[in-house]
Design a protein around this ligand. Structure first.
Ligand code: NAD
Length: 482
Protein backbone atom coordinates (compact mmCIF):
# COMPACT_ATOMS: atom_id res chain seq x y z
CA UNK A 1 0.00 0.00 0.00
CA UNK A 2 1.20 3.53 -0.58
CA UNK A 3 0.50 6.40 1.80
CA UNK A 4 0.73 10.19 1.69
CA UNK A 5 3.99 11.41 3.24
CA UNK A 6 2.11 13.21 6.03
CA UNK A 7 -1.33 12.65 7.47
CA UNK A 8 -3.37 15.02 9.60
CA UNK A 9 -3.67 13.50 13.06
CA UNK A 10 -6.45 15.63 14.52
CA UNK A 11 -10.17 15.37 13.86
CA UNK A 12 -11.78 17.98 16.08
CA UNK A 13 -15.29 19.41 15.81
CA UNK A 14 -15.77 17.82 12.39
CA UNK A 15 -12.54 19.18 10.88
CA UNK A 16 -9.20 17.64 10.07
CA UNK A 17 -6.01 19.44 11.00
CA UNK A 18 -2.34 18.80 11.60
CA UNK A 19 -0.90 18.72 15.10
CA UNK A 20 2.63 19.78 15.96
CA UNK A 21 4.02 16.37 16.98
CA UNK A 22 5.34 14.12 14.21
CA UNK A 23 4.63 10.44 14.76
CA UNK A 24 6.57 8.02 12.60
CA UNK A 25 4.37 5.11 11.51
CA UNK A 26 6.27 1.96 10.62
CA UNK A 27 5.46 -1.20 8.66
CA UNK A 28 6.64 -3.88 11.11
CA UNK A 29 7.05 -6.47 8.37
CA UNK A 30 9.63 -4.39 6.48
CA UNK A 31 10.73 -1.89 9.16
CA UNK A 32 10.08 0.81 6.51
CA UNK A 33 8.43 4.13 7.26
CA UNK A 34 4.81 4.05 6.09
CA UNK A 35 3.95 7.66 6.77
CA UNK A 36 4.16 10.40 9.37
CA UNK A 37 1.12 11.47 11.35
CA UNK A 38 0.90 15.02 12.66
CA UNK A 39 -0.30 14.30 16.15
CA UNK A 40 -1.47 16.62 18.87
CA UNK A 41 -0.50 17.84 22.29
CA UNK A 42 -2.16 19.30 25.37
CA UNK A 43 -3.58 22.18 23.35
CA UNK A 44 -5.25 19.83 20.86
CA UNK A 45 -6.68 17.83 23.75
CA UNK A 46 -8.10 21.03 25.20
CA UNK A 47 -9.73 21.94 21.87
CA UNK A 48 -11.16 18.45 21.44
CA UNK A 49 -12.64 18.44 24.95
CA UNK A 50 -14.13 21.90 24.38
CA UNK A 51 -15.77 20.71 21.14
CA UNK A 52 -17.09 17.57 22.82
CA UNK A 53 -18.41 19.55 25.79
CA UNK A 54 -20.31 21.89 23.50
CA UNK A 55 -21.71 19.04 21.40
CA UNK A 56 -22.88 17.20 24.51
CA UNK A 57 -25.76 19.63 25.09
CA UNK A 58 -27.50 18.46 21.92
CA UNK A 59 -26.20 14.88 21.57
CA UNK A 60 -27.17 13.86 25.09
CA UNK A 61 -30.78 14.85 24.28
CA UNK A 62 -31.09 12.78 21.10
CA UNK A 63 -33.24 9.67 21.21
CA UNK A 64 -31.72 6.23 21.32
CA UNK A 65 -33.35 5.58 17.93
CA UNK A 66 -31.50 8.55 16.40
CA UNK A 67 -28.21 7.40 17.83
CA UNK A 68 -28.90 3.85 16.67
CA UNK A 69 -29.32 5.05 13.08
CA UNK A 70 -25.93 6.75 13.14
CA UNK A 71 -24.24 3.71 14.67
CA UNK A 72 -25.72 1.60 11.88
CA UNK A 73 -24.36 4.10 9.33
CA UNK A 74 -20.91 3.69 10.87
CA UNK A 75 -21.22 -0.12 10.69
CA UNK A 76 -22.18 0.17 7.01
CA UNK A 77 -19.29 2.55 6.35
CA UNK A 78 -16.87 0.07 7.90
CA UNK A 79 -18.41 -2.73 5.84
CA UNK A 80 -17.98 -0.72 2.65
CA UNK A 81 -14.37 0.05 3.56
CA UNK A 82 -13.62 -3.51 4.72
CA UNK A 83 -10.84 -4.34 2.24
CA UNK A 84 -9.07 -1.05 2.72
CA UNK A 85 -9.31 -1.24 6.51
CA UNK A 86 -7.94 -4.80 6.47
CA UNK A 87 -4.95 -3.69 4.43
CA UNK A 88 -4.32 -0.71 6.72
CA UNK A 89 -4.48 -3.00 9.73
CA UNK A 90 -2.02 -5.50 8.23
CA UNK A 91 0.36 -2.78 6.97
CA UNK A 92 0.53 -0.95 10.28
CA UNK A 93 0.21 -3.79 12.79
CA UNK A 94 1.93 -6.69 11.00
CA UNK A 95 -1.01 -9.09 11.37
CA UNK A 96 -2.01 -11.39 8.47
CA UNK A 97 -4.89 -10.23 6.30
CA UNK A 98 -7.12 -13.09 7.50
CA UNK A 99 -6.66 -11.82 11.09
CA UNK A 100 -7.32 -8.24 10.00
CA UNK A 101 -10.59 -9.47 8.44
CA UNK A 102 -11.65 -10.85 11.84
CA UNK A 103 -10.87 -7.44 13.38
CA UNK A 104 -12.92 -5.50 10.83
CA UNK A 105 -15.86 -7.90 11.09
CA UNK A 106 -15.75 -7.56 14.88
CA UNK A 107 -15.94 -3.77 14.50
CA UNK A 108 -18.99 -4.07 12.25
CA UNK A 109 -20.70 -6.50 14.65
CA UNK A 110 -19.97 -4.21 17.61
CA UNK A 111 -21.46 -1.09 15.98
CA UNK A 112 -24.50 -3.09 14.84
CA UNK A 113 -25.02 -4.56 18.30
CA UNK A 114 -24.89 -1.16 20.03
CA UNK A 115 -27.11 0.33 17.31
CA UNK A 116 -29.75 -2.13 18.48
CA UNK A 117 -29.15 -1.45 22.15
CA UNK A 118 -29.35 2.31 21.51
CA UNK A 119 -32.65 1.90 19.69
CA UNK A 120 -34.00 -0.10 22.63
CA UNK A 121 -33.16 2.60 25.17
CA UNK A 122 -36.16 4.81 24.44
CA UNK A 123 -38.69 2.20 25.54
CA UNK A 124 -36.81 1.67 28.82
CA UNK A 125 -36.39 5.34 29.69
CA UNK A 126 -38.45 6.49 32.69
CA UNK A 127 -39.49 2.96 33.54
CA UNK A 128 -41.50 2.79 36.78
CA UNK A 129 -39.84 1.43 39.92
CA UNK A 130 -41.95 -0.68 42.27
CA UNK A 131 -41.88 0.83 45.78
CA UNK A 132 -43.17 -0.58 49.08
CA UNK A 133 -45.26 2.60 49.62
CA UNK A 134 -48.34 4.09 47.92
CA UNK A 135 -47.29 7.57 48.98
CA UNK A 136 -44.53 7.78 46.40
CA UNK A 137 -43.86 6.84 42.79
CA UNK A 138 -40.46 6.48 41.20
CA UNK A 139 -39.03 6.26 37.72
CA UNK A 140 -35.63 5.21 36.44
CA UNK A 141 -33.59 7.12 33.87
CA UNK A 142 -30.34 6.09 32.23
CA UNK A 143 -28.40 9.14 31.11
CA UNK A 144 -25.07 9.55 29.34
CA UNK A 145 -22.26 10.15 31.81
CA UNK A 146 -20.79 13.09 29.86
CA UNK A 147 -17.69 13.69 27.76
CA UNK A 148 -15.47 10.61 27.83
CA UNK A 149 -11.83 9.96 27.00
CA UNK A 150 -11.00 6.71 25.21
CA UNK A 151 -7.37 5.53 25.17
CA UNK A 152 -6.45 2.38 23.24
CA UNK A 153 -3.39 0.21 22.51
CA UNK A 154 -1.85 -1.13 19.29
CA UNK A 155 -2.59 -4.85 19.33
CA UNK A 156 -6.18 -4.75 18.05
CA UNK A 157 -6.52 -1.23 16.63
CA UNK A 158 -10.13 -0.38 15.73
CA UNK A 159 -11.46 -3.33 17.75
CA UNK A 160 -10.54 -1.95 21.17
CA UNK A 161 -11.76 1.42 19.86
CA UNK A 162 -15.11 0.01 18.69
CA UNK A 163 -15.70 -1.73 22.04
CA UNK A 164 -15.56 1.71 23.70
CA UNK A 165 -16.76 4.08 21.02
CA UNK A 166 -19.93 2.24 19.98
CA UNK A 167 -21.40 1.98 23.51
CA UNK A 168 -20.25 5.53 24.39
CA UNK A 169 -22.10 6.97 21.38
CA UNK A 170 -25.09 4.67 22.02
CA UNK A 171 -25.34 6.02 25.56
CA UNK A 172 -25.28 9.63 24.31
CA UNK A 173 -21.74 10.51 25.39
CA UNK A 174 -19.36 12.73 23.42
CA UNK A 175 -15.91 11.35 22.84
CA UNK A 176 -12.23 12.21 22.60
CA UNK A 177 -10.36 9.20 21.25
CA UNK A 178 -6.62 8.70 21.51
CA UNK A 179 -5.39 5.78 19.39
CA UNK A 180 -2.00 4.19 19.91
CA UNK A 181 0.79 6.30 18.44
CA UNK A 182 2.18 3.02 17.05
CA UNK A 183 -0.92 2.12 15.00
CA UNK A 184 -3.03 5.20 14.24
CA UNK A 185 -3.86 4.39 10.60
CA UNK A 186 -7.00 2.29 11.05
CA UNK A 187 -8.46 4.80 13.53
CA UNK A 188 -7.75 7.66 11.12
CA UNK A 189 -9.73 5.80 8.46
CA UNK A 190 -12.49 5.03 10.97
CA UNK A 191 -12.69 8.75 11.73
CA UNK A 192 -13.18 9.45 8.00
CA UNK A 193 -16.03 6.94 7.97
CA UNK A 194 -17.57 8.51 11.07
CA UNK A 195 -17.30 11.94 9.44
CA UNK A 196 -19.69 10.68 6.73
CA UNK A 197 -22.11 8.95 9.11
CA UNK A 198 -24.33 11.89 10.01
CA UNK A 199 -22.86 12.28 13.49
CA UNK A 200 -23.02 15.96 14.54
CA UNK A 201 -19.70 17.82 14.68
CA UNK A 202 -17.92 17.62 18.01
CA UNK A 203 -19.54 14.38 19.19
CA UNK A 204 -16.54 12.34 18.09
CA UNK A 205 -13.04 13.80 18.21
CA UNK A 206 -9.76 12.08 17.48
CA UNK A 207 -6.39 13.23 18.79
CA UNK A 208 -3.42 11.15 17.67
CA UNK A 209 -0.34 11.47 19.80
CA UNK A 210 1.87 9.95 22.42
CA UNK A 211 0.80 8.87 25.87
CA UNK A 212 2.46 11.79 27.58
CA UNK A 213 1.43 14.50 25.10
CA UNK A 214 -2.19 13.40 24.69
CA UNK A 215 -3.13 10.52 27.03
CA UNK A 216 -1.93 12.23 30.20
CA UNK A 217 -3.79 15.56 29.77
CA UNK A 218 -6.88 13.69 28.61
CA UNK A 219 -6.86 11.59 31.81
CA UNK A 220 -6.45 14.67 33.98
CA UNK A 221 -8.90 17.17 32.46
CA UNK A 222 -11.75 17.96 34.86
CA UNK A 223 -14.28 18.21 32.00
CA UNK A 224 -13.85 14.50 31.24
CA UNK A 225 -16.42 12.46 33.13
CA UNK A 226 -14.90 9.09 32.46
CA UNK A 227 -11.77 7.49 31.05
CA UNK A 228 -12.01 4.13 29.36
CA UNK A 229 -8.51 2.75 28.94
CA UNK A 230 -7.09 -0.40 27.38
CA UNK A 231 -3.38 -1.02 27.69
CA UNK A 232 -0.65 -2.05 30.07
CA UNK A 233 -1.02 -2.21 33.83
CA UNK A 234 1.78 0.30 34.37
CA UNK A 235 -0.01 2.94 32.30
CA UNK A 236 -3.45 1.92 33.60
CA UNK A 237 -2.28 2.76 37.11
CA UNK A 238 -1.07 6.21 35.97
CA UNK A 239 -4.36 6.89 34.21
CA UNK A 240 -6.28 5.88 37.32
CA UNK A 241 -4.10 8.12 39.50
CA UNK A 242 -4.69 11.14 37.28
CA UNK A 243 -8.40 10.40 37.02
CA UNK A 244 -8.62 10.16 40.81
CA UNK A 245 -7.82 13.85 41.21
CA UNK A 246 -11.19 14.83 39.76
CA UNK A 247 -12.99 11.62 40.77
CA UNK A 248 -13.56 10.43 37.21
CA UNK A 249 -15.05 7.08 36.46
CA UNK A 250 -12.48 4.67 35.02
CA UNK A 251 -12.85 1.46 33.07
CA UNK A 252 -9.58 -0.41 32.65
CA UNK A 253 -8.77 -3.35 30.38
CA UNK A 254 -5.24 -4.38 31.23
CA UNK A 255 -2.96 -7.38 31.04
CA UNK A 256 -3.41 -11.10 31.33
CA UNK A 257 -1.55 -14.34 32.03
CA UNK A 258 -4.14 -16.88 31.08
CA UNK A 259 -4.15 -20.67 30.98
CA UNK A 260 -5.24 -23.38 28.64
CA UNK A 261 -6.07 -26.54 30.60
CA UNK A 262 -5.77 -29.86 28.78
CA UNK A 263 -7.54 -32.41 30.96
CA UNK A 264 -6.76 -36.13 30.91
CA UNK A 265 -9.59 -37.06 28.52
CA UNK A 266 -8.90 -34.23 26.04
CA UNK A 267 -8.91 -34.59 22.27
CA UNK A 268 -5.19 -33.97 21.71
CA UNK A 269 -5.49 -32.59 18.18
CA UNK A 270 -8.08 -30.08 19.37
CA UNK A 271 -5.88 -29.19 22.34
CA UNK A 272 -2.90 -28.52 20.06
CA UNK A 273 -5.10 -26.41 17.75
CA UNK A 274 -6.36 -24.34 20.65
CA UNK A 275 -2.88 -23.98 22.15
CA UNK A 276 -1.57 -22.60 18.84
CA UNK A 277 -4.57 -20.26 18.49
CA UNK A 278 -4.27 -19.04 22.07
CA UNK A 279 -0.50 -18.56 21.82
CA UNK A 280 0.28 -17.50 18.29
CA UNK A 281 -2.76 -15.61 16.93
CA UNK A 282 -1.78 -11.96 16.46
CA UNK A 283 1.81 -13.17 17.06
CA UNK A 284 0.78 -13.77 20.67
CA UNK A 285 0.20 -10.05 21.24
CA UNK A 286 -3.11 -10.61 22.98
CA UNK A 287 -4.13 -9.73 26.49
CA UNK A 288 -6.09 -12.99 26.26
CA UNK A 289 -3.13 -15.14 25.20
CA UNK A 290 -3.32 -18.51 26.94
CA UNK A 291 0.42 -18.52 27.38
CA UNK A 292 0.33 -21.06 30.23
CA UNK A 293 -0.53 -24.47 28.85
CA UNK A 294 -1.36 -26.96 31.60
CA UNK A 295 -1.51 -30.59 30.49
CA UNK A 296 -2.56 -33.71 32.40
CA UNK A 297 0.50 -35.86 33.25
CA UNK A 298 -0.63 -38.82 31.16
CA UNK A 299 -0.95 -36.70 27.99
CA UNK A 300 1.98 -34.37 28.51
CA UNK A 301 4.69 -36.10 26.44
CA UNK A 302 2.50 -36.72 23.42
CA UNK A 303 0.97 -33.25 23.62
CA UNK A 304 4.38 -31.58 23.73
CA UNK A 305 5.62 -33.63 20.79
CA UNK A 306 2.58 -32.70 18.70
CA UNK A 307 2.71 -29.04 19.76
CA UNK A 308 6.38 -28.81 18.84
CA UNK A 309 5.72 -30.26 15.38
CA UNK A 310 2.78 -27.93 14.79
CA UNK A 311 4.58 -24.83 16.07
CA UNK A 312 7.60 -25.52 13.88
CA UNK A 313 5.33 -25.91 10.85
CA UNK A 314 3.59 -22.55 11.30
CA UNK A 315 4.38 -20.37 8.33
CA UNK A 316 5.70 -17.06 9.59
CA UNK A 317 5.56 -14.59 6.72
CA UNK A 318 4.70 -11.14 5.47
CA UNK A 319 1.10 -10.30 6.44
CA UNK A 320 0.16 -10.02 2.74
CA UNK A 321 1.62 -13.43 1.79
CA UNK A 322 -1.36 -15.62 0.80
CA UNK A 323 0.04 -18.56 2.82
CA UNK A 324 0.94 -16.61 5.95
CA UNK A 325 -0.10 -18.13 9.28
CA UNK A 326 1.69 -15.77 11.66
CA UNK A 327 2.81 -12.21 10.94
CA UNK A 328 5.23 -9.78 12.56
CA UNK A 329 5.39 -8.27 16.03
CA UNK A 330 4.35 -4.66 16.10
CA UNK A 331 7.64 -2.79 16.46
CA UNK A 332 11.26 -2.89 17.51
CA UNK A 333 10.53 -2.16 21.16
CA UNK A 334 8.03 -5.00 21.45
CA UNK A 335 10.36 -7.34 19.55
CA UNK A 336 13.23 -6.61 21.94
CA UNK A 337 10.92 -6.95 24.93
CA UNK A 338 9.83 -10.44 23.89
CA UNK A 339 13.40 -11.52 23.05
CA UNK A 340 14.42 -10.24 26.50
CA UNK A 341 11.75 -12.43 28.10
CA UNK A 342 13.03 -15.45 26.16
CA UNK A 343 16.62 -14.78 27.29
CA UNK A 344 15.60 -14.33 30.91
CA UNK A 345 13.51 -17.51 30.73
CA UNK A 346 16.57 -19.45 29.53
CA UNK A 347 18.70 -17.93 32.29
CA UNK A 348 16.06 -18.93 34.84
CA UNK A 349 16.43 -22.58 33.72
CA UNK A 350 13.40 -22.99 31.43
CA UNK A 351 13.84 -25.55 28.65
CA UNK A 352 13.34 -24.30 25.10
CA UNK A 353 11.34 -26.85 23.08
CA UNK A 354 11.29 -24.87 19.84
CA UNK A 355 11.56 -21.36 18.42
CA UNK A 356 13.11 -18.47 20.29
CA UNK A 357 14.69 -16.81 17.27
CA UNK A 358 14.06 -14.87 14.10
CA UNK A 359 13.01 -17.25 11.26
CA UNK A 360 16.03 -17.73 8.98
CA UNK A 361 14.07 -16.85 5.83
CA UNK A 362 13.02 -13.42 7.17
CA UNK A 363 16.12 -11.25 7.62
CA UNK A 364 14.10 -8.05 8.05
CA UNK A 365 10.93 -7.20 9.97
CA UNK A 366 9.98 -7.99 13.54
CA UNK A 367 9.40 -11.69 12.94
CA UNK A 368 9.82 -14.35 15.59
CA UNK A 369 9.43 -18.13 15.47
CA UNK A 370 6.53 -19.59 17.42
CA UNK A 371 8.23 -20.47 20.69
CA UNK A 372 7.49 -23.20 23.22
CA UNK A 373 9.08 -23.62 26.63
CA UNK A 374 8.72 -26.34 29.23
CA UNK A 375 10.12 -26.79 32.75
CA UNK A 376 9.52 -23.10 33.40
CA UNK A 377 10.17 -22.18 37.06
CA UNK A 378 6.97 -21.05 38.76
CA UNK A 379 8.65 -17.94 40.14
CA UNK A 380 10.21 -16.87 36.83
CA UNK A 381 9.07 -13.81 34.85
CA UNK A 382 8.36 -16.12 31.92
CA UNK A 383 5.73 -17.92 33.99
CA UNK A 384 4.35 -14.95 35.92
CA UNK A 385 4.44 -11.94 33.62
CA UNK A 386 2.59 -11.11 30.45
CA UNK A 387 4.97 -11.78 27.53
CA UNK A 388 2.83 -10.35 24.71
CA UNK A 389 4.59 -12.39 22.04
CA UNK A 390 4.36 -15.86 20.47
CA UNK A 391 5.64 -17.75 23.52
CA UNK A 392 3.94 -20.70 25.25
CA UNK A 393 4.98 -22.28 28.56
CA UNK A 394 3.86 -25.90 28.94
CA UNK A 395 3.60 -27.60 32.32
CA UNK A 396 2.04 -30.88 33.41
CA UNK A 397 -0.28 -31.47 36.36
CA UNK A 398 -1.40 -34.52 38.28
CA UNK A 399 -4.92 -33.55 39.37
CA UNK A 400 -7.77 -31.26 38.40
CA UNK A 401 -7.28 -29.34 41.64
CA UNK A 402 -3.61 -28.74 40.83
CA UNK A 403 -4.49 -27.50 37.34
CA UNK A 404 -7.04 -25.04 38.73
CA UNK A 405 -4.60 -23.83 41.38
CA UNK A 406 -1.86 -23.28 38.77
CA UNK A 407 -4.26 -21.37 36.51
CA UNK A 408 -5.55 -19.19 39.33
CA UNK A 409 -2.10 -18.48 40.73
CA UNK A 410 -1.69 -15.15 38.95
CA UNK A 411 -2.16 -11.46 39.59
CA UNK A 412 -4.33 -11.50 36.44
CA UNK A 413 -7.63 -13.24 35.66
CA UNK A 414 -8.71 -12.40 32.15
CA UNK A 415 -9.64 -15.63 30.31
CA UNK A 416 -9.07 -19.39 30.24
CA UNK A 417 -9.64 -22.31 27.90
CA UNK A 418 -10.52 -25.85 29.02
CA UNK A 419 -10.21 -28.92 26.81
CA UNK A 420 -12.03 -32.06 27.93
CA UNK A 421 -14.53 -34.52 26.47
CA UNK A 422 -16.59 -34.50 29.66
CA UNK A 423 -19.23 -31.73 29.74
CA UNK A 424 -19.71 -31.95 33.50
CA UNK A 425 -15.97 -31.67 34.17
CA UNK A 426 -15.76 -28.76 31.76
CA UNK A 427 -18.43 -26.82 33.65
CA UNK A 428 -16.98 -27.66 37.06
CA UNK A 429 -13.51 -26.44 36.04
CA UNK A 430 -14.91 -23.34 34.29
CA UNK A 431 -16.77 -22.40 37.45
CA UNK A 432 -13.62 -22.75 39.55
CA UNK A 433 -11.43 -20.54 37.35
CA UNK A 434 -10.89 -16.88 38.26
CA UNK A 435 -11.39 -15.48 34.78
CA UNK A 436 -13.89 -13.20 33.09
CA UNK A 437 -14.37 -15.49 30.10
CA UNK A 438 -13.84 -19.24 29.80
CA UNK A 439 -13.92 -21.14 26.52
CA UNK A 440 -14.74 -24.85 26.64
CA UNK A 441 -13.25 -26.83 23.72
CA UNK A 442 -13.61 -23.63 21.71
CA UNK A 443 -11.29 -21.14 20.04
CA UNK A 444 -11.21 -17.58 21.37
CA UNK A 445 -14.47 -16.50 19.78
CA UNK A 446 -15.83 -13.18 21.01
CA UNK A 447 -19.38 -11.95 20.61
CA UNK A 448 -20.58 -8.39 21.32
CA UNK A 449 -23.30 -9.99 23.46
CA UNK A 450 -20.86 -11.50 25.98
CA UNK A 451 -18.79 -9.38 28.34
CA UNK A 452 -15.05 -8.75 28.00
CA UNK A 453 -12.92 -8.16 31.07
CA UNK A 454 -11.42 -10.08 33.91
CA UNK A 455 -10.75 -10.63 37.57
CA UNK A 456 -7.98 -9.20 39.72
CA UNK A 457 -5.50 -6.89 37.98
CA UNK A 458 -6.82 -7.62 34.48
CA UNK A 459 -9.70 -5.17 34.56
CA UNK A 460 -11.93 -2.72 36.26
CA UNK A 461 -15.40 -3.12 34.79
CA UNK A 462 -16.53 -5.00 31.72
CA UNK A 463 -16.78 -4.10 28.04
CA UNK A 464 -19.28 -5.42 25.49
CA UNK A 465 -22.81 -6.59 26.20
CA UNK A 466 -25.16 -4.38 28.21
CA UNK A 467 -22.30 -3.93 30.72
CA UNK A 468 -20.30 -2.06 28.06
CA UNK A 469 -23.22 0.35 27.60
CA UNK A 470 -23.85 0.75 31.34
CA UNK A 471 -20.21 1.81 31.69
CA UNK A 472 -21.11 5.06 29.91
CA UNK A 473 -24.41 5.70 31.68
CA UNK A 474 -25.42 7.37 34.90
CA UNK A 475 -28.39 6.02 36.80
CA UNK A 476 -30.97 8.56 37.90
CA UNK A 477 -34.05 7.85 39.99
CA UNK A 478 -36.83 10.41 40.30
CA UNK A 479 -39.12 9.96 43.32
CA UNK A 480 -42.40 11.87 43.46
CA UNK A 481 -44.83 12.32 46.35
CA UNK A 482 -48.31 11.29 45.17
P1 NAD B 1 0.38 0.97 26.77
O1 NAD B 1 -0.17 0.92 28.14
O2 NAD B 1 1.80 1.27 26.57
O3 NAD B 1 -0.42 2.05 25.91
C1 NAD B 1 -1.81 2.04 25.80
C2 NAD B 1 -2.28 3.43 25.42
O4 NAD B 1 -2.01 4.32 26.51
C3 NAD B 1 -1.58 4.02 24.20
O5 NAD B 1 -2.50 4.77 23.45
C4 NAD B 1 -0.54 4.94 24.84
O6 NAD B 1 -0.14 6.01 24.01
C5 NAD B 1 -1.30 5.45 26.04
N1 NAD B 1 -0.45 5.98 27.12
C6 NAD B 1 0.85 5.72 27.36
N2 NAD B 1 1.27 6.42 28.45
C7 NAD B 1 0.21 7.11 28.90
C8 NAD B 1 0.00 7.98 30.00
N3 NAD B 1 0.98 8.30 30.84
N4 NAD B 1 -1.24 8.50 30.20
C9 NAD B 1 -2.26 8.17 29.37
N5 NAD B 1 -2.11 7.36 28.29
C10 NAD B 1 -0.89 6.83 28.07
O7 NAD B 1 -0.04 -0.43 26.12
P2 NAD B 1 0.35 -0.98 24.68
O8 NAD B 1 1.78 -1.37 24.71
O9 NAD B 1 -0.12 -0.04 23.63
O10 NAD B 1 -0.58 -2.29 24.60
C11 NAD B 1 -0.23 -3.49 25.18
C12 NAD B 1 -0.91 -3.69 26.51
O11 NAD B 1 -2.32 -3.55 26.36
C13 NAD B 1 -0.71 -5.06 27.08
O12 NAD B 1 -0.35 -4.99 28.44
C14 NAD B 1 -2.08 -5.73 26.93
O13 NAD B 1 -2.35 -6.73 27.85
C15 NAD B 1 -2.99 -4.59 27.06
N6 NAD B 1 -4.29 -4.90 26.42
C16 NAD B 1 -5.34 -5.27 27.20
C17 NAD B 1 -6.55 -5.62 26.62
C18 NAD B 1 -7.73 -6.05 27.45
O14 NAD B 1 -8.84 -6.07 26.93
N7 NAD B 1 -7.56 -6.39 28.71
C19 NAD B 1 -6.69 -5.58 25.24
C20 NAD B 1 -5.60 -5.20 24.47
C21 NAD B 1 -4.39 -4.86 25.08
Amino acid sequence: MSFPIRLDGLFINGHWSAGREHLRVINPASEALLTTVNGGDEQAVDQAISAATEAFTHWSQTTGAERGTILRNIANGVRNGRDHLMKLQSSNNGKPLFEAAIDVDDVIATFEYYAELAAGLDAQQDSPVALPSDDFSARLRREPCGVVGLIVPWNFPMVTTAWKLAPALAAGCCVVLKPSEVTPLAELELASIIAESGLPDGVFNLVCGTGLAVGAPLSADPRIAKISFTGSNAVGVQVMQRAAETVKGVSLELGGKSSLLVLDDADLELAVDLACGGGFFNAGQMCSATSRVLVADELADEFLERLQKRAQAIRVADPFDPDVEMGALVNQAQYQRVLGHIDRGLSAGAKLVCGGNRPAHLPRGYFLQPTVFTQVPLDSALWCEEIFGPVLCVRSFSSEAEAIALANDSQFGLVATVVTRNAETADRVANALQAGLVWLNAPQVIFPQTAWGGYKQSSIGRELGPWGLAAFQEIKHVIRAV
